[in-house]
Unconditional design. Structure first.
Length: 189
């Protein structure tokens, strides 16, 4: 009987996870927060929103099928598990796709695969299209203003905020712990 109940519990977790993940993905295609430009914050808001829904659905399942042993702990675990798994996926895949130099470069070359490119050709395409035409720098800069890491102190003149400084210190610590390229967190020029 315990194995059967464990199987039912697993199926309930899985069904709720799939339903809420589908809703989470669907939210990106709605007008909700459509004017908000920072994908990371938008996605995390949607994760928390659908994470709450997953907990509500688990609470409903706990009440409806009380005989299979779901508890209040399962409601909490559903929320935390849903948010953790989808946040990791979201930050590793969609956020990377939106920001990645590599993704743009490979995608451009794939859509123009009848050409051979030198490294300099690809660099020129990257600068001309990704940086200049798509305004990648401006988008990232404006994200820092929205995130309150930069503040405009005079018209067209910006300064790093205390929040921005804390973020830089955190990134430097992470670079140290994971032995990443220090030039990105401690530019020398």
């Amino acid at each position: 009987m315990k194995i059967k109940n464990a199987l039912y519990q697993f199926l309930i977790y899985l069904i709720i996870y799939i339903i809420c993940t589908a809703i989470w993905v669907g939210l990106f295609h709605t007008p909700i927060l459509s004017g908000y430009s920072v994908l990371m914050y938008k996605g995390l808001f949607f994760v928390i929103l659908t994470g709450i829904l997953s907990a509500i659905l688990m609470a409903f399942a706990k009440k409806k099928w009380s005989n299979i042993g779901l508890t209040g702990k399962d409601v909490f675990v559903m929320f935390v598990g849903f948010c953790c798994v989808n946040t990791v996926f979201f930050t590793l895949i969609p956020v990377t796709v939106e920001r990645s130099v590599s993704v743009f470069t490979l995608s451009y070359m794939e859509s123009h695969d009848d050409h051979l490119y030198t490294q300099e050709d690809v660099r020129d395409v990257f600068v001309d299209i990704y940086v200049d035409e798509y305004q990648a720098f401006e988008k990232r800069f404006n994200e820092q203003v929205v995130s309150k890491n930069l503040v405009e102190v005079e018209p067209g003149k910006y300064q790093l905020t205390d929040n921005g400084k804390a973020i830089v210190h955190m990134f430097r610590a992470i670079a140290e712990v994971f032995d990443t390229d220090r030039r990105l967190v401690q530019p020398t020029n």
